[in-house]
Write a protein that binds this ligand. Structure first.
Ligand SMILES: [Zn+2]
Length: 66
């Protein structure tokens, strides 16, 4: 039997961190990529929003909230 509880906890944490990061970027704050330390940019499209760094090691896509 596989224990998923630890995995779920970690996923929840990283999702919470992503939400926090997205909030900061959308608020216009400068947020650096955890991997390459370059600033994340926000690209707003009609259907979705993308937050990524120049090297694309961080790339978060969100569907637009209506
Ligand atoms: Zn990066």
């Amino acid at each position: 039997m596989i224990d998923f509880s630890d995995l779920e906890k970690r996923q929840k944490n990283s999702f919470g961190q992503q939400k926090q990061l997205i909030k900061q970027v959308m608020a216009g704050r400068k947020v650096l990529c955890a991997h390459c330390q370059q600033p994340l940019t926000l690209q707003t499209q009609p259907e979705f929003v993308v937050i990524c760094c120049p090297d694309k090691c961080t790339e978060l896509m969100l569907t637009a909230e209506k």
